[in-house]
Design a protein around this ligand. Structure first.
Ligand code: BG6
Length: 515
């Protein structure tokens, strides 16, 4: 199907040209000299600035323990933006942007740092007429999220009569159910729920946001969206790269915590939740929470039967060059039992989805980088085609291409032209880049913008993160109790261990082949 070309006003941030700019504010970035800031936050803020989505009345304070002056910090940012920007560098414009940054050095456990930050907030808020609004961003290792929330609270910087105070918390939120519950408790001692914005960068992706729009703005799909028509659902989040230099973090984490418990469960909630009453933040988050509550919590026996784990051994990288195995990567235990691949079969025990298996798989060092969601429908009755050359029918598929290709396709069967009855699979396809002129951003633009306008729709609430851990916890428990004996069990550059295919094959199904 050929697309009608829609010439949109979209900017890099993916927002529409007529969008109002965010509210005036001072942004305080903890961990301002780190990787996340330079790779993602800085380019995202720059994109917002260039697209006129930041108010003129803003200032940014960086804080970390790296010994830097404000001038050195700004010089570093000027180098970083040229490496990581998703748009062209415009020196004149940049000069106006970078002078909004200042920097403070200190230890996150030291009250003196928070005194200095408060003094700097007072100063830059006045200079920039921010109205007193302050957004704190924890671009730090997860171990200090709780500490930062407490230190800001104890310094009295979490509330004010003048303007709002909001806190963006990065992922992962906790490392298991217990630590997640404790972290929530710590943070909620000093912060109200509506001040907390827990980030999941997958929800910043246009293609993920479009799941809701697709379902609820098109009348033709909703009647099919249930056990009567859907045979099963597949989620694949495949990465081509291995663990690279993140071994220290990853070896304590594994793919179940790193990708499934957060990004994939969020997408699952969007895809399968009931219709919300409105697009208000809590209407959507309530439905997401209800959906996650309906996911069956696995008994140990179910974990053994329905969950597969893998770890990559040596193989090849995307350039067909040799790639070391996971256990040989820097900072990884040479006898590590951490999984770099997982495939699980979930059940959603509600009226809409009972009996429809949902298969999720994710891994590092797989054959290619690819994220997709496949809805496979029930087949039409083959019996109609008896006495024709057609010996079987294929099931229809609706596929959401999340990344790197971005689009939606529908697979169906068409008659091959000719005098006899032969069928062939064909596809109807929509591609974002054909239909819209939006340039690519980092995914963080929308999330920072939303926080600055007080829209929490794309952020996780306490009950949502806790429920996601409740689903993952029994799998983690069984895997911890029974370390895998066969690791490494797949070659880098392949589609993971054979057992992942068996998980579906034993149900008479197969993963969609990604070419
Ligand atoms: C992060 C994980 O949350 O998501 C990384 O910690 C992973 O391990 C990354 O590589 C993948 O994000 P994306 O947007 O490239 O799919």
């Amino acid at each position: 199907m050929k697309n009608t070309k829609v010439v949109s006003q979209s900017s890099i941030a993916g927002t529409h040209g007529s969008d109002p700019c965010a509210e005036p504010a001072t942004i305080v970035i903890f961990g301002a000299s780190g990787d996340l800031t330079k790779r993602l936050l800085l380019p995202a803020l720059w994109n917002l600035y260039c697209d006129n989505l930041l108010s003129d009345r803003f200032a940014i304070i960086g804080a970390s323990n790296a010994e830097l002056t404000t001038e050195e910090f700004r010089n570093n940012l000027t180098e970083n933006i040229q490496d990581f920007s998703t748009r062209d560098f415009e020196p004149d414009r940049w000069a106006g942007f970078v002078k909004k940054f200042s920097y403070l050095v200190g230890n996150f456990g030291d009250p003196k740092l928070f005194k200095n930050i408060q003094a700097e907030i007072d100063k830059v808020s006045k200079e920039n007429n921010t109205g007193g609004n302050v957004l704190y961003y924890t671009a730090t290792p997860p171990v200090v999220f709780g500490l930062l929330a407490r230190m800001i609270g104890e310094a009295g910087m979490n509330k004010s009569d003048k303007g709002w105070r909001r806190l963006i918390i990065e992922k992962p939120f906790g490392s298991d159910l217990e630590s997640c519950v404790n972290l929530s408790k710590d943070i909620l001692t000093h912060w109200e729920e509506d001040q907390i914005y827990r980030i999941d960068h997958y929800l910043g992706k246009e293609t993920v946001q479009n799941l809701l729009t697709f379902r609820f703005s098109n009348g033709i799909f909703e009647p099919l969206w249930n056990k009567n028509y859907v045979d099963h659902i597949q989620f694949t989040v495949a990465e081509r790269v291995g663990v690279e230099l993140r071994g220290g973090y990853y070896d304590k984490t594994g793919v179940l915590k790193d990708m499934m418990q957060n990004h994939m469960f969020q997408m699952l909630a969007y895809l399968c939740m009931e219709t919300p009453n409105s697009f208000q933040a809590d209407a959507i988050r309530n439905e997401k929470a209800k959906l996650l509550e309906a996911v069956r919590i696995m008994e140990p026996q179910a974990v053994l039967e329905d969950c597969v784990r893998g770890q990559y051994g040596p193989g090849t990288d995307q350039n067909d060059e040799p790639m070391v195995g996971y256990r040989q990567a820097p900072d990884v235990n040479p006898e590590s039992h951490t999984e770099t691949f997982a495939a699980v079969k979930l059940h959603v025990d509600n009226w809409r989805w009972v009996g429809v298996p949902i298969y999720l798989r994710s891994g590092k060092a797989l054959s290619r980088k690819y994220t997709e969601i496949v809805i496979r429908f029930k087949k039409a009755p083959e019996v109609l085609f008896r006495d024709t050359p057609v010996d079987h029918l294929e099931a229809n598929e609706l596929v959401f291409n999340i990344q790197p290709e971005q689009g939606i396709e529908i697979k169906f069967q068409a008659k091959v032209p000719g005098v006899s009855m032969h069928l062939q699979n064909v596809r109807m396809q929509f591609e974002y880049e054909d239909a819209f002129q939006a340039a690519r951003g980092t995914g963080y633009e929308r999330l920072i913008y939303d926080c600055m306008v007080g829209d929490a729709t794309l952020f996780s609430r306490t009950d949502l993160v806790e429920q996601a851990w409740r689903i993952a916890q029994p799998i983690l428990d069984v895997w911890r109790a029974l370390p895998a004996r066969d690791f490494p069990n797949y070659t880098a550059g392949t589609w993971g261990p054979k057992s992942a295919n068996n998980l579906l094959a034993r149900d008479g199904r197969a993963w969609r082949i990604i070419d």
